[in-house]
Design a protein around this ligand. Structure first.
Ligand code: GLN
Length: 485
């Protein structure tokens, strides 16, 4: 039996009970056994992983230690790893091999982590189920007929199934918190700018943020601690010191003021989700938190505002895929024809977003759509600033439903967009948020509690989640997956 959490794997390494090479080999074997069914990885970087594991063992033998030293982790395939394919889940980047590491990958390498592979994602991170991946759909380890959520669904499924100790994702509108909720693990979306976006394929640049998954709050915190930081190559990254997040996990939340927004318990939310989330909030009260009703009055505009701003930014960012600079080129009669043929490699959702965004930015409509969306975004931000004058943390559901069936929402983009109704506002404002397991529905599918904090208050939400986790048993459950002999 290999250790099940990052923290226990680290202890085993420290005690000399195992080596990074042994852990990595065991993980790679597990991937071979299980990932044919689960489909969480797009690429397995086994050679790189074994090299890194041997190097980590060498560093440990020379007296080094650290939370990630020798720990096998996974990276969403929208984050550049030098020398490994990076597709962003798109055919337009098939075969593209980045010549440099993303800032976060650089950080992981410094920390001595072992990169097992690149995980599946909705194409350019546009989606909530991984069904928009141009390669295949990842399955939910709790029920293989269901989606793992998205867009970072490959990373979430891999961590939930024990095919990585932790994983990186990105969260532009909910793409880490929603799959964390649907897969029964912890997902943190730090404040915009807390982590450099250098080397991350851009979707919507004012909303994108590298984010992470762990089986437990401590595991997720370890990955956050190792990757947070300023980088002059990303002009929006924040030049502020990185606190000791691990030290902040005291489990003491006495006197913590927790706000419950009326607007997040709306009609249409699955009653089993509502019951579990309300019970989790009662648990926080039992642990000494003060619960207060609050209002975020502009919540209902979050979805339309997001679906103007995100596609507008995407339409500009995706203009660079022209068959000249990256990935494949489908040659046509002339330059325009070549660009047209190549850009036909985009999948239907990406095309939809480019068209929506181009329309919203076009002369004559700019003020009416994009300009107005920016103004309403300011009102949404102000809602949060007002709320954080009264409370330290906001508690609500992460997702209105548990994992849905594969294929159930693919013909109805709007129903897919609604999967992120509770997560989008965090990205539109300057807050941070996480999802922590808070129960299961009657079908045995996980439910997540979302905790939202003010700008750069990650330590506060992580500690609240830690206190809750320590007082409950949900994180000890793991999906049953059959290892084939
Ligand atoms: N599901 C949302 C979208 O499709 C959010 C995606 C994300 O956070 N990357 O845009």
């Amino acid at each position: 039996m290999i250790p099940t959490t990052l923290t226990s794997a680290r202890s085993a390494l420290q005690r000399g009970e195992t080596s990074s090479v042994a852990l990595t080999e065991a993980m790679l074997d597990r991937i071979v056994d299980l990932d044919n069914d689960l489909k969480s990885y797009l690429t397995i970087t086994d050679e790189l992983a074994l090299e890194q594991a041997a190097a980590a063992d060498h560093r440990r033998a020379h007296g080094e230690d650290g939370p990630l030293l020798g720990i096998p982790i996974a990276v969403k395939d929208i984050i550049s790893v030098q020398g490994a394919p990076t597709t962003a889940g798109s055919k337009i980047l098939e075969g593209f091999i980045p010549p440099y590491d993303a800032f976060v990958v650089d950080k992981l390498k410094q920390a001595g982590a072992v990169i097992l592979g690149k995980t599946n994602t909705d194409e350019f991170a546009m989606g909530s189920s991984t069904e928009n991946s141009a390669y295949f759909t990842t399955r939910n380890p709790w029920d293989l007929e269901r989606v793992p959520g998205g867009s970072s669904g490959g990373s979430a499924a891999a961590v939930a199934a024990g095919l990585a100790y932790a994983a990186l994702g990105t969260d532009t509108g909910g793409s880490v918190r929603q799959p964390a909720s649907l897969c029964g693990i912890v997902g943190l979306r730090p404040t915009y700018g807390r982590i450099s976006r250098w080397g991350v394929v851009a979707f919507a640049s004012s909303l994108d943020q590298v984010s992470m998954f762990g089986r437990t709050v401590a595991d997720c915190t370890a990955l956050f601690q190792a990757t947070a930081g300023y980088d002059p190559r990303d002009s929006t990254s924040l030049d502020v010191p990185v606190p000791d997040y691990e030290a902040a996990l005291t489990g003491d939340i006495r006197g913590l003021k927790v706000g419950v927004p009326a607007e997040y318990f709306i009609e249409g939310i699955d009653p089993e989700v509502e019951t579990a989330v309300r019970a989790a909030i009662a648990k926080l009260a039992e642990l000494g938190a003060e619960i207060r009703p609050i209002s975020l009055p502009h919540t209902r505009y979050a979805l339309p505002v997001y679906y103007l701003i995100a596609p507008a930014e995407a339409s500009a960012n995706l203009a660079r895929y022209d068959g000249v600079r990256y990935g494949p080129r489908l040659a046509g009669a002339d330059m325009i024809d070549t660009v047209k043929k190549t850009r036909a490699l985009f999948g239907p959702e990406v095309k939809r977003r480019i068209m929506l965004g181009t329309y919203a930015l076009s002369a004559g409509y700019y003020d009416e759509y994009y300009g107005r969306a920016l103004k309403v975004r300011t009102l949404i931000k102000q809602d949060f600033l007002n709320a954080f004058e009264q409370v330290d943390v906001i508690a609500c559901p992460t997702s209105p439903t548990t994992a849905f069936k594969i294929g159930e929402r693919t013909d109805d983009p709007l129903s897919m967009y609604l999967a992120d109704i509770f997560t989008l506002s965090v990205n539109l404002s300057a807050s941070c948020g996480l999802s922590v397991p808070c129960g299961f529905d009657s079908q045995g599918l996980p439910i997540g509690l979302q905790l939202i904090g003010n700008t750069l208050q990650e330590a506060t939400i992580l500690n609240a989640a830690f206190a809750y986790e320590q007082a409950t048993e949900w994180h000890n459950r793991a999906p049953e997956l059959n290892v084939q002999d």
